[in-house]
Design a protein around this ligand. Structure first.
Ligand code: FRU
Length: 494
């Protein structure tokens, strides 16, 4: 049974979609069918296709009462919209169907686990969110909310847990066919923690343990957890709110955090060994992963940040994009990310230059475009020690450009969108310490109309930014203060 609220949303998105030209959307990054998008939800492989749901408010390009939008893809790059999957239409989720995840049950049904939100009046005035976990079951298109909902509520919280911040369940199946989920939570004084639950059937859940606790280290509330095994280690991803910078890590306010360690299944304890940000640019949050049928662990995130949502194109009736799906691995104890290999199939028109030595500003034949995959290898050994600054400017015309620059003496890489059409003094730059190996710095830059994702040194770090300059600004130039020597390979992406 499709509720009235969902029926209206489906009708609206279908009608509005026709007003958006293909050229107004990114090519291989998912944006909302219409209106607003935030977190990726229910990222899963089901019946031969990748499914990606998203936090969705169809009626305006700002955050509103949360629905789940829905799209499917065969290659993680070309997405087809399906009708919205969930709407806030029951007593336990009337104020929003917040983030969650998905998996396939043994009987072939697709299970969605999400957070139901209800606003309750506070005695002292105003309202407070009450958050519970809920289930919907479906066939990959239509979903029925479970009569048992909510399946986790305040009674399932360990001592001191806040029922106002209890959200974003991430479910998975264990080898023995039982299920686990992690849920973001915080204590009454807003200190983030991740709760672990267990279920035999995906519907009835029991509390197992507090898997990880912030203890004041990384921001406050921890949102959108994910937990999985990777290359012999265990990885906990979460997006903490209100982070404080630490050196060159965690500059994003609403940030991303990756904890790598070990997990003891007997005692349900996670032992942390190290921490890092997931993304070092400006626009990345609320990452979620899936295990692909071929064994790859693939992550996608909201290519946006709550701190910078006001930097937008007022012409568009949509707002928000997903990042490129990224293949994960652990290398030398750190999380590594590479664009999904499917992207290579979109490459056309190779342009290649080797050992280009230059000073000042240059442009190169065949190097331009706003939908490109470009790899630059900067040879730092060969150019003596004279190079003080290297920069790539792209999405460039007379008035605008977006830039990446590198200062070898400080080992600092910077993304900069100060000159990318913004009339406001928002955050436009982010600097990141990079580590230069064997004298080379490798930058793989993926552009898709409104974004740049910079993969540093084969995925050791990624810096993601969005920008909304005119598509005719498609120039690319290189700058060197001192002498630079570089290789460049560039492909158009179609
Ligand atoms: C993260 C988040 C989630 C929540 C959702 C609401 O960006 O705040 O914690 O479920 O967005 O849209």
């Amino acid at each position: 049974m499709v509720s009235q609220t969902l029926r209206e949303a489906r009708k609206y998105e279908e009608a509005m979609e026709t007003g958006i030209r293909k050229e107004e959307r990114p090519v291989f990054h998912l944006c909302p069918r219409v209106g607003w998008m935030n977190d990726p939800n229910g990222f899963s492989y089901y019946r031969g296709e990748y499914h990606l749901f998203y936090q969705y408010y169809p009626y305006d390009s700002v955050w509103g009462s949360m629905h789940w939008g829905h799209a499917v893809s065969k290659d993680l790059l070309h997405w087809t919209y399906l009708p919205a999957a969930l709407a806030p239409d029951t007593v336990y989720d009337k104020d929003g169907c917040f983030s969650g995840s998905a998996l396939e049950l043994p009987d072939g049904r697709h299970l969605l686990m999400y957070t139901g939100v209800v606003k309750e009046p506070r005695v002292e005035g105003g309202f407070q969110d009450i958050q519970t976990q809920c289930i919907a079951l479906g066939d990959g298109r239509d979903y029925e909310k479970c009569p048992q909902n909510p399946v986790l509520d305040a009674r399932d919280l360990p001592e001191g847990g806040s029922r106002n911040d209890f959200r974003d369940p991430r479910i998975w199946e264990e080898e023995d066919g039982t299920y686990r989920c992690v849920v973001g939570n915080c204590t009454k004084d807003k200190d983030g923690r991740i709760l672990l639950y267990k279920s035999q059937d995906g519907i009835h859940w029991d509390f197992l343990s507090i898997l990880a606790e912030n203890k004041g280290r990384f921001g406050r509330m921890w949102e959108c957890p994910d937990f999985f095994q990777l290359d012999g280690k265990y990885v906990l991803l979460t997006s903490p709110q209100d982070m404080m910078p630490k050196g060159f890590e965690y500059h994003n306010g609403n940030g991303t955090l990756c904890l790598i360690g070990d997990y003891d299944k007997e005692t349900n304890t996670f032992t942390e060994e190290c921490d890092q940000a997931i993304d070092y640019g400006i626009d990345f949050y609320a990452a979620q992963t899936l295990a692909a049928p071929d064994g790859r662990r693939i992550m996608i995130g909201w290519m946006q940040n709550w701190d910078t949502c006001n930097l937008r194109d007022t012409e568009h009736v949509w707002f928000g994009q997903m990042s490129l799906p990224r293949e994960l691995s652990i290398e030398r104890g750190r999380l590594c990310q590479r664009p999904v290999r499917e992207l290579e199939r979109l490459r056309r028109c190779e342009v290649r230059y080797e050992n280009v030595a230059f000073e000042g500003t240059i442009q190169m034949n065949g190097i331009s475009g706003r939908k490109i995959d470009m790899e630059i290898t900067l040879h730092l050994e060969e150019q003596g020690k004279t190079l003080r600054k290297f920069a790539v400017r792209f999405a460039q015309d007379d008035a605008c450009h977006t830039a990446i620059s590198f200062r070898p003496h400080e080992s600092l890489l910077k993304v900069d969108r100060k000159f990318s059409g913004s009339r406001r003094a928002y955050i436009h730059q982010r600097r990141s310490l990079v580590h230069v190996e064997e004298g080379d710095l490798k930058l793989r830059i993926i552009l898709d109309r409104f974004s740049a994702e910079v993969f540093v040194n084969d995925g050791e770090q990624v810096l993601t930014i969005t920008f909304y300059t005119d598509q005719s600004a498609e120039g690319i130039s290189f700058f060197a203060d001192g002498e630079a020597v570089m290789d460049v390979i560039k492909y158009d992406l179609e």
